[in-house]
Every structure is written in structure tokens, then in C-alpha cells.
Design a protein around this ligand. Structure first.
Ligand SMILES: CC(=O)SCCNC(=O)CCNC(=O)[C@H](O)C(C)(C)COP(=O)(O)OP(=O)(O)OC[C@H]1O[C@@H](n2cnc3c(N)ncnc32)[C@H](O)[C@@H]1OP(=O)(O)O
Ligand SMILES: O=C([O-])CC(=O)C(=O)O
Length: 370
């Protein structure tokens, strides 16, 4: 048995949800470029769950369900108030989502009907949890979700307690479309491994949030912003990045396990970053990002991934840096739950092997002689 480090190139499951073929990303066979321009996040979530785009009445029904489920149990909101003020936002989300299961009578109901209902509920409640957490730590009261509005609208509304700007809603909605699913990425794999033991959907999503949190995966969007803040100005980009590359440090938001010729989602986020910069009259983060790309791609051949330009996009939308990865979770909840439902439909325990590299033929030395 020979191990493949990081399971690179290993095909671990079949899936009909999303594909990456020759650098082209599709959800259910529809190119991400088409979806980014022509579909809302709710249409995409429906597509991932049910395998087809919704017609108007199906979409209306989903919006109605999302509105109905968006409020989270008062006990979960109360428990957010007990978290230490400096709690990591992804740790807070991981704990809060896990606690949702305690208040869902159907948490352990493994019927398909109950599981799809829980998928929609989790999708509806994650934005409410993040917005509530963000307000509570600032000493503010959480804002109840609105019915009949999109997830992007509701999240910004609950976060800021005011009607969001249409441009911001559209940009966030498009970002949610772009992050919704991505084949067998680390967090989706974690979700599938967990539920393949026939554990419940909340356990699967809790595992996934834990995996998304790390800076090699979803946590990279926040790490990109940390880097932009450290750089501080356009003039400092070149010396800073050159120093990082000379030190062989990783540049966050660059590189990808699967895409070697560029992430097809990055161009949409770059465009969004440019347009939002123009609209707000502040192009500095965008221009710094473009310069970083020029240097990193020029010197290392590495291309920006989905996390790189999302940092300047979210900052221009006025979103605090440590909510970037939770926003990724809002979007990816659709993909995670779709993969969990697919795993249940055709389940087999996921249990690979390890190549043993430790000592052999060892004996127990009596404790006094160790
Ligand atoms: C939504 C997402 O999860 S997208 C990914 C988000 N993560 C990041 O942006 C973090 C930065 N990027 C990385 O760490 C990596 O590119 C990963 C984790 C995304 C992919 O990693 P892997 O497929 O394991 O590639 P690996 O880390 O082996 O890199 C291969 C080579 O490229 C280099 N490399 C890869 N990414 C970077 C980077 N961002 N900056 C500098 N060098 C890099 C590695 O140092 C390595 O060089 P070496 O062969 O000289 O040792
Ligand atoms: O697929 C991956 O390895 C990481 C990624 O881009 C994602 O999850 O969107």
C-alpha cells in the first residue's frame, strides 16, 4: 500500500452535483459563468438540491420555506450571548450550527423528506446565526430575519439593521452563486465522511464548517484581507510580495489543488471588485490586488483562486474581515447539504487505509524501565 499525500488525484466518489473538467466548473452541467450572470443564489441552491433549475412557482415555494425557517430558536440566540467576546467567528458558527440540532425534533429522522427539510432549514438559519453573532459581540440586539427577501438581502439587513443597497445585494448574491459548490473540496469531503457513518445532517455540516475554517481552504479569504491590510498601500505591494516569495511564504488566495491554469470563479470576483471600487470611488484594494496577481503569477505562475478577489469585494461591501469565511459557509451550505443528500441516497462507509510508517516488532517495556 502506497499513500498519496493529500489524496491528490484520488477519485473518492461519484457525484452528479458539480464537475471540474478541463478547468471548467459546472453545477449540474451548467457552466458557472452562465449561472453567475443569470441565476440567483436561491435558484442555484434549488439546482444543487433537486438537480434542475426551479420554475417560478418552485422558486416561490423555496423562498417561502427559507423565510419560514430563517428564525433560529431563542435558546440558540441566547447561547450566542454566552460566547466570549473574542470568539473566532467560524468557531462560533460551528458551535451554533451544532446546537441547532438540539432544538430540531427531526434532527435524527433519517427519512429523505426530513433530510431535505433540514437542508433548507440549515441554509436559512446559517445567515441568521452569523448576523446575530456579529451584532451580539458588539453589544447590539440581533435583528429578526425578514420574510420574502433573498438570502443576500436578509443577511445584509440582519447584519446592519437597515435596508441594504441594491448593488450590495446583487454583488453578495453573485458571490454566493460562485461559492455554492465545488466537487470534492475538503469541507464537502468532511461532510460526506461524517454522514457516511449514517450520522445526521447537522453532524455533517458541523464537520464541514470545521474544515472550511482553515486558511488552506475557506479561511484563505480572511487571510487575504490580513495580507492586504499588512501591505497597507499600493506602493508597498512590490517589496512586501517579493519578500514573501523570497522567504518561500505562501501567498494567500493563490494556487489550487485542481486548477493549475486558473480558477474560473476568480474573474467574476475580480470584475466585481473593480466595479465596486469604481462605485465607491476607492480603487486602492482592487489595484493592490491586481498588482499582487501580476507579481505572483509572473514569478511563480500561480493564479488567484476564488478567495483572492472576494476579500476586496467583501471589504468594499463594508463586511468585517472575520465574517468572510462565515459568508463562504452561507453559500457552501447549499453544496454541503446537496452532497450529504447524495451520500445518503447511495451510501457506503468511507474508510480508506493508511500506509504504516512506524516501528515494527516492538514489545511493552515494563514501566520502571522506560
Ligand atoms: C476555496 C479554497 O479552498 S481555494 C484555496 C484557498 N487556499 C489558499 O489560497 C491558500 C494558499 N494556497 C495554498 O496553500 C495551496 O495552493 C493549496 C492548499 C490551495 C493547494 O495546495 P496543493 O495542491 O497541496 O499544492 P502545494 O501546497 O503542494 O503546492 C505546490 C507548490 O506550489 C507552491 N504554492 C502553492 N500555493 C502557493 C501559494 N499560495 N503561494 C506560494 N507558493 C505556493 C508550494 O509551495 C509548492 O511549491 P514546492 O513544490 O516548491 O514545494
Ligand atoms: O475545491 C477545492 O479544493 C477548494 C475550492 O476551491 C472550493 O472549495 O471552492
Amino acid at each position: 500500500m502506497t499513500a498519496t499525500k493529500g489524496l491528490e488525484g484520488i477519485v473518492a466518489t461519484t457525484s452528479s452535483i458539480s464537475s471540474i473538467i478541463d478547468g471548467v466548473l459546472t453545477y449540474r452541467g451548467i457552466n458557472i459563468d452562465d449561472l453567475a450572470e443569470n441565476a440567483s443564489f436561491e435558484e442555484v441552491a434549488y439546482l444543487l438540491w433537486y438537480g434542475k433549475l426551479p420554475n417560478q412557482s418552485e422558486l416561490n415555494e423555496l423562498l417561502q420555506q427559507l423565510g419560514e425557517y430563517a428564525a433560529v430558536p431563542a435558546s440558540v440566540i441566547d447561547s450566542l450571548k454566552l460566547y466570549p467576546k473574542n470568539t473566532n467567528s467560524m468557531a462560533a458558527l460551528r458551535t451554533a450550527v451544532s446546537s441547532l440540532a438540539l432544538f430540531d425534533e427531526q434532527a435524527n429522522d433519517m427519512s429523505q423528506e426530513a433530510n431535505i427539510k433540514k437542508a433548507i432549514k440549515i441554509q436559512a438559519q446559517i445567515p441568521t446565526l452569523i448576523a446575530a453573532f456579529a451584532r451580539i459581540r458588539e453589544g447590539k440586539e440581533p435583528v429578526a430575519p425578514k420574510a420574502g427577501v433573498s438570502i443576500a438581502y436578509n443577511f445584509l439587513y440582519m447584519l446592519n439593521d437597515q435596508e441594504p443597497d441594491q448593488v450590495a445585494v446583487k454583488a453578495l448574491d453573485q458571490a454566493l452563486v460562485l461559492h455554492a459548490d465545488h466537487e470534492l473540496n475538503a469541507s464537502t469531503f468532511a461532510a460526506r465522511v461524517t454522514v457516511a457513518t449514517l450520522s445526521d445532517i447537522y453532524s455533517g455540516i458541523t464537520s464541514a464548517i470545521g474544515a472550511l475554517k482553515g486558511p488552506l481552504h475557506g479561511g484563505a479569504n480572511e487571510a487575504v484581507m490580513v495580507m492586504l491590510e499588512e501591505i497597507g498601500s499600493f506602493a508597498n505591494v512590490e517589496p512586501y510580495i517579493n519578500q514573501k516569495l523570497a522567504n518561500k511564504d505562501k501567498i494567500m488566495g493563490f494556487g489550487h489543488r485542481v486548477y493549475k491554469n486558473g480558477d474560473p470563479r476568480a474573474k467574476h470576483l475580480q470584475k466585481m471588485s473593480r466595479e465596486l471600487g469604481k462605485l465607491t470611488g476607492n480603487m486602492e484594494l482592487y489595484e493592490m490586488s491586481v498588482k499582487i496577481e501580476e507579481i505572483v503569477t509572473g514569478q511563480k505562475g500561480l493564479k488567484p483562486n476564488v478567495d483572492f478577489y472576494s476579500a476586496s469585494v467583501y471589504t468594499t461591501l463594508g463586511i468585517p474581515r472575520d465574517l468572510f469565511t462565515p459568508i463562504f459557509a452561507i453559500s457552501r451550505a447549499s453544496g454541503w447539504t446537496a452532497h450529504i443528500l447524495e451520500q445518503y441516497e447511495n451510501n457506503r462507509l468511507i474508510r480508506p487505509r493508511a500506509e504504516y510508517t512506524g516501528p515494527v516488532d516492538q514489545k511493552v517495556t515494563p514501566i520502571a524501565q522506560r
